[in-house]
Write a protein that binds this ligand. Structure first.
Ligand code: COI
Length: 358
């Protein structure tokens, strides 16, 4: 576990007159229903960032022609803060989120967010609203940094002005229990050369039609397949996918069309470096999964992501596919436990993933 560099933040803070926290039951927070007291905001004009500030969590007023409303030049990150059993707020691999945000920014031709702005802003905000972190048994503080194009101009071109904000929200589980995923060849999430590996806002709303169909079939989300052959498994939109096949951990490779998940990377490292499991990052087709299930070789399927953590997949159904996953979930249970205990500082952190905000 590491401590952040000992810089005293120069970010001006305007505190709320009265915290809303006394009205919130942190042991019962539904994902995305409650937001903490403060948010960080910063503006970039023609490549130059102004001094960020932290103020009360509030609506953002924008001109109706603002670019982001029309052309979705917007990207975001998802991260979480927890509290150790001693009550110290901790972040998990925050620098990786900063790096990924800027990879997304480059893909969407947006301004880069400076490391100091992102990390100092994040640390200052989480320290300020640390009391909003739910007790460990009930959830975490979800952190949502986002960058959007704010030129009041409806011509189609990258914006010159951007706003960067970070807000936080106490959250319970994103998925309660296991999920059922819908297999479809009708819709795609991403194609080669597209924006699939960026955390671009439009990737999510572009998935809604498939998600609506999934919901009509009693499923929680879509198991996205590749755009060319409609065979190879990509991700599920909120999670990267992992299969346990004949004792080996198999996951689709990062080929430009799926999100390079930080949880995905952490899980694969735990599997390889701590659990001694063989890990294969390779294309895996839906046919292979169906066959492995029929042969009794497929023992587990789960999704991994910041919001979802490690979520069991109970079934893959649709388009002639029906795979009901067996109950034993030893591999995913061990991964979840290893991830959680490192994150909460309950055991040594050999990877240097956890940052304490003492
Ligand atoms: C996350 O896991 O943080 C995500 O961004 C997925 C979803 C909640 C949008």
């Amino acid at each position: 576990m590491s401590a952040p560099p000992a810089t005293s933040s120069a970010i001006p803070i305007q505190r709320v007159a009265e915290s809303r926290l006394p009205d919130v039951d942190l042991t019962r927070v539904v994902f995305g229903s409650v937001y903490s007291d403060h948010m960080l905001s910063a503006t970039c004009r023609d490549g130059a960032w102004e001094t960020p500030s932290i103020g009360p969590f509030r609506p953002i007023a924008l001109h109706p022609a603002t670019a982001v409303f029309h052309y979705a030049q917007a990207i975001f990150e998802g991260m979480k803060a927890h509290r150790t059993d001693e009550g110290v707020p901790v972040l998990f691999r925050p620098r990786q989120n900063w790096k990924r945000l800027n990879r997304s920014a480059r893909r969407m031709v947006m301004a880069d967010v400076p490391e100091e702005l992102f990390l100092d802003g994040l640390r200052t905000l989480v320290r300020l609203d640390r009391d909003w972190i739910p007790p460990n048994a009930h959830g975490s503080l979800y952190i949502r940094p986002f960058l959007m194009a704010v030129d009041p101009y409806i011509g189609v071109r990258p914006s010159r002005e951007y706003q960067f904000h970070i807000f936080t929200a106490p959250v319970g589980a994103y998925y309660e229990g296991s999920v059922n995923l819908y297999v479809t060849r009708r819709w795609i999430r991403a194609a080669e050369g597209g924006t699939g590996e960026a955390k671009a806002a439009g990737n999510y709303s572009g998935s809604y039609a498939g998600m609506a169909e999934a919901s009509e079939h009693g499923c929680d989300n879509v198991l996205w397949l590749d755009s060319k052959e409609h065979r190879y498994i990509e991700e599920c939109g909120t999670m990267n996918m992992v299969f346990v096949l004949g004792g080996r951990v198999v996951t689709p490779p990062l080929g430009g069309t799926i999100l390079p998940g930080i949880t995905r990377d952490s899980v694969l490292r735990l599997c390889r470096e701590e659990m001694g499991l063989e890990v294969e990052e390779r294309p895996i087709s839906i046919e292979e999964v169906v066959e492995a299930h029929a042969d009794g070789v497929l023992s587990e399927c789960f999704g991994v992501g910041t919001a979802a953590v490690v979520t069991r997949v109970a079934s893959l159904v649709g388009d002639g596919v029906e795979v009901r996953l067996p109950e034993p979930t030893a591999v995913q249970d061990e991964i979840r436990d290893r991830l959680t205990t490192i994150r909460l500082g309950r055991r040594p952190d050999p990877f240097g993933w956890v940052e304490r905000l003492d």
